[in-house]
Structures are given as C-alpha cells and as structure tokens.
Design a protein around this ligand. Structure first.
Ligand code: FES
Ligand code: FES
Length: 210
C-alpha cells in the first residue's frame, strides 16, 4: 500500500501483492537506514526522520490536498497522517495502529494508495494528496462510497475511510478481477468488525461497472 516497490521485483515484471505493502516498506527502510539499530517503540516515520538531514524545528510545509494547497507550520518529523488530522482537521483519515499494520490511514498520493502513518508530510510536498474528504464530487458520493452503503460494508465504520480509499485504488490498479484477488490486494486493510464479505461485495460491484 505504500509507493515503495520491492527491490526484488525484476524489470518489467508485474508487482507482487506484497510489493506495495508495509512489509516491503519495512524491508527497504531497514536495509537503507539501519532500522534495526533504532530504539524500540518509535514509529517508522519518526525513525526515518531521525536519520534525515533536514534541520530540526518548526518549518513551513505546503501540501496539496483534495485540490487545494494548504500550508502548515510543523516539524519535519510530522507524519502525513498527523498533518491531516492534527494540523488540517481532516479527521476522515483514521489512525488505527500508527505503525503501518491496519490500513485505516490509507490515502492516495499521486493516485497511489499509501499508509499515511508511514510517510512524512515533508516528503509529500508537491504531490497530489487525496483523502476520503476529497472523494465525493460535491453532493455526489463516489461510486465506491455508494457501494459501501448499498452493501452495508461497515459496522463501526472506523476502518471504512481507509477501506474505501484502498478499494478505489484496487479497482483502478486492475486488482479487483475476482473476489480472491480483491481480498489479496486489500489485505493491508483490517476490519475489526469483520465486514469483509460486504466490503468485497462493494468492490466487486464497482469493479464490474468500470
Ligand atoms: S494507522 Fe496507518 S496503517 Fe494503521
Ligand atoms: S467496520 Fe468496524 S473496524 Fe471495520
């Protein structure tokens, strides 16, 4: 679900499901940055910041979110997830684990789904960020939002924004050709309520129409 691809993927080969997941993110981060040496109980993005050459202290960050450029004053260690929720009041994106394990924080960056808890806001400047708040067109819900309502794809709804963002990207990527494929490529999005069959039904409907 991140924008990181696996260093093992041969040139011209389709990416395996795990190529865009937290597992490959952790593998790369670990290899490049000596993640294993970092102190425990620190979030991945904070560990990345610890190795960054960027100066410390509050700085001005410009983020293009849902078509609008927003400026925040924040430290370079601030994750995209925290920038959205804490600085911009875009609380549709949820914080579940804060460690890249649940997918609740999924947003699109330049059309690709990523876990916003695993990336720094400072790294996403100049890119097109789309959150669940930017999916509808005015009063018209996105087809995936409508399908989730129609198929009762949520219970408590906490995972739902991330599921919807992931579902939209999954269809766009062409990874919703069957229910099994959908389950595999949506496997980074966890639902504690177990609404999976209805979520798959919603994705199936949208994939069938596209
Ligand atoms: S909050 Fe980002 S993956 Fe769980
Ligand atoms: S609907 Fe409750 S966690 Fe998914």
């Amino acid at each position: 679900m991140s924008t990181f691809s696996s260093p093992d993927t041969p040139e011209g080969q389709p990416m395996r499901p795990e190529d865009g997941t937290r597992r490959s993110f952790m593998k790369q981060a670990g290899g490049l940055l000596g993640l294993a040496l970092a102190p425990p109980f620190v979030g991945p993005a904070e560990r990345l910041a610890a190795y960054s050459k960027t100066v410390e202290g509050v700085t001005s960050l410009q983020l293009k979110i849902n078509g609008t450029v927003r400026t925040i004053q924040a430290e370079p260690r601030v994750t995209l997830l925290d920038a959205l929720r804490e600085y911009l009041d875009l609380t549709g994106t949820k914080k579940g684990c804060d460690h890249g394990q649940c997918g609740a924080c999924t947003v699109h960056v330049d059309g690709k789904r990523i876990n916003s808890c695993l990336t720094l806001a400072v790294m996403q400047q100049g890119k097109e960020i789309t959150t669940i708040e930017g999916l509808a067109q005015g009063d018209n819900l996105h087809p995936m939002q409508e399908a989730f309502i129609k198929h009762d794809g949520f219970q408590c709804g906490y995972c739902t924004p991330g599921q919807i963002m992931s579902g939209v990207a999954c269809v766009k990527e062409g990874h919703a050709g069957s229910d099994d494929q959908t389950r595999e490529w949506m496997s980074g999005n966890l639902c504690r309520c177990g609404a999976y069959p209805n979520i798959v039904a919603a994705v199936r409907e949208v994939a069938g129409k596209s």
